[in-house]
Write a protein that binds this ligand. Structure first.
Ligand code: GLA
Length: 387
């Protein structure tokens, strides 16, 4: 969890002042897809070069890369506790004996992209106490560019109570000055309502506190993020945090709901499990191309909630081909029949539609409405197009 000593700050700068044309929104035309170590390793020693290189290898051998997963991202604890004599961040040599540039080169040689982490504060979030980037923006951005970084996650711990918009904008500008295209992920946990100011500052912003590998955590975060559909679009995404799929704390039904909801909410799909030990059930979820296509749809809409009552939620996402993606999500403990009318989905009510179940990979033709029996904690997800 974020360090409690970090006082929330309130934004003092308006969207108009920060929405400069500088940020290249085309770097994230659809939600970023990739992997980050945090949800599986936290700060433990197994976060090291071997894990990261094996992950890059697995992206290629497993088909994850072909399915669209591209970023291999390091989280907190990659650095040493002190800057070097030139004031540069330096790698923890036990974890990364060959340095970070060597890891980035390896990842790039596979045709993948490489990401790194630091905090908009004096220290990062880990209690071990690694240096942060506040007031070192230029130097650290230049270092990251020299490593070949393609993605930066910028956290919020130890921020000294300083204005969030200024802190996150300063790093945006430092990244721009490097001249290197870098996807910029704002991680201030939704504390300053980044969805109201961060378009044009970062390409994505966390909307909540940290996810953990439990049904309750996933559910709470999903529901908060559902309310923010108006703020997402190409180059500016709500980020309900990284995936827990495969980490063992939820059932496969629950992990399918987690993945379905993140996909239809146009959330970044950052795998958070140790791929060296992944099961085939987990891979079937992560590699579901039809669900990924809904997430990566070029229209870039986040699904809107069209019904939410007694733990039953229907979400609809307009697709670039004029069709719709629909998720029928049952958070209750009982099996439930759920339905939505085509009218309710914004479609011509008298039309006939091809309704494809993207988990069972079966298709039917329907008129008027779609309905499904949804298991407890389950999600049935459809792609709808004109018949
Ligand atoms: C914060 C972030 C997490 C993770 C940790 C690392 O809690 O929100 O996603 O990066 O820091 O210490």
């Amino acid at each position: 969890m974020p360090d409690e000593s970090t006082a929330p700050t309130s934004p003092t700068t308006s969207a108009a002042e920060t929405d400069t044309p500088g940020l290249d929104l085309s770097l994230a035309p659809t939600p970023p897809m990739g992997w980050n170590n945090w949800n599986t390793t936290q700060d433990r020693p197994e976060f090291n070069e071997e894990l990261v290189l094996a992950t890059a290898d697995f992206f290629i051998s497993s088909g994850l890369a072909e399915a669209g997963y591209r970023y291999v991202n390091l989280d907190d604890c990659w650095a040493a506790p002190e800057r070097d004599t030139d004031g540069n961040l330096q790698p923890n040599r036990e974890r990364f004996p060959n340095g970070i540039k060597a890891v980035a080169d390896y990842v790039h040689d596979k045709g993948l992209k490489f990401g790194i982490y630091t905090s908009a504060g004096t220290h990062t979030c880990s209690p071990i106490g690694f240096p942060g980037t506040l007031d070192h923006e230029e130097q650290d951005a230049a270092l990251f560019a020299s490593y070949g970084v393609d993605y930066l996650k910028y956290d919020n711990c130890h921020n000294q109570g300083r204005d969030a918009v200024q802190r996150y904008t300063a790093m945006r500008d430092a990244l721009l000055r490097t001249g290197r295209p870098i996807v910029y992920s704002i991680c201030e946990w939704g504390q300053n309502k980044p969805w109201t100011w961060a378009k044009g500052v970062g390409h994505l912003w966390r909307t909540t506190g940290d996810i953990s590998d439990s049904w309750e955590s996933m559910l709470e975060i999903a529901k908060r993020n559902m309310a923010l559909a108006d703020y997402a679009g190409p180059g500016h995404w709500n980020d309900p945090d990284m995936l827990e799929v495969g980490n063992g704390g939820m059932t496969d039904v629950e992990y399918r709901s987690h993945f379905s909801l993140w996909a239809i909410m146009a959330a970044p799909l950052l795998i958070g499990t140790d791929l060296r030990r992944v099961t085939s059930a987990t891979m079937q979820i992560l590699l579901n191309r039809e669900v990924i296509a809904i997430n990566q749809d070029p229209l870039g809409e986040q699904a809107r909630v069209v019904r939410s009552y007694a733990g039953l939620h229907a979400l609809v996402k307009r697709l670039a081909d004029g069709g719709r993606a629909v998720a029928l999500f049952n958070e209750t403990e009982a099996e439930e029949d759920m339905s939505v009318t085509f009218l309710g989905l914004g479609l011509e009510p008298s039309g006939r539609y091809a309704v494809r179940d993207v988990w069972s990979h079966t298709e039917t033709e329907r008129s008027k409405e779609i309905s499904a029996r949804v298991p407890p904690h389950g999600t049935v997800m459809y792609r709808i197009s004109a018949a």
